[in-house]
Design a protein. Structure first.
Length: 135
């Protein structure tokens, strides 16, 4: 995990420059200090769908969430670092939210190459052979 020393947005290790501030990222998670009126960035994502899923997961665990798009572009598809969506939580809940997200990711990684495992806003779910998708 890396973070922007200016805006405190967090990024995956493969990202080198903050898409918003255009400065190099610092190692580790962002400091747990209030920003944006007492809200802290807990993660930065690349799609509305992923943001909605994680927001639902955090809200389902009792953590208030706001979603903020920090980039705009004219391309309909998200490509590379063109789309950045921040998930913000109250500053005092950042550590709890980060732990929930880390635990959720670990749970999904434990599922491994299980083609029947899917991530939902409640965590990992396993499809059985008799299940059908419905509208």
């Amino acid at each position: 995990m890396k973070h922007c020393p200016k805006c405190h947005a967090e990024y995956e290790d493969r990202v080198r420059v903050c898409a918003d501030c255009r400065i190099g990222l610092a190692p580790g998670t962002a400091p747990d200090e209030p920003e944006n009126g007492g809200w802290s960035v807990v993660t930065t994502l690349g799609s509305d769908e992923e943001a909605t899923l994680l927001a639902g997961f955090l809200e389902g665990n009792g953590i208030e969430v706001t979603v903020e798009s920090i980039s705009s572009h004219a391309i309909a598809e998200t490509v590379g670092e063109l789309a950045n969506i921040r998930i913000l939580v109250p500053a005092g809940k950042k550590n709890a939210a980060r732990k929930l997200l880390d635990d959720r990711q670990s749970e999904f990684e434990k599922a491994g190459d299980d083609d029947e495992a899917v991530m939902t806003d409640e965590g990992v779910a396993h499809l059985d052979d008799d299940s059908e998708l419905s509208d």
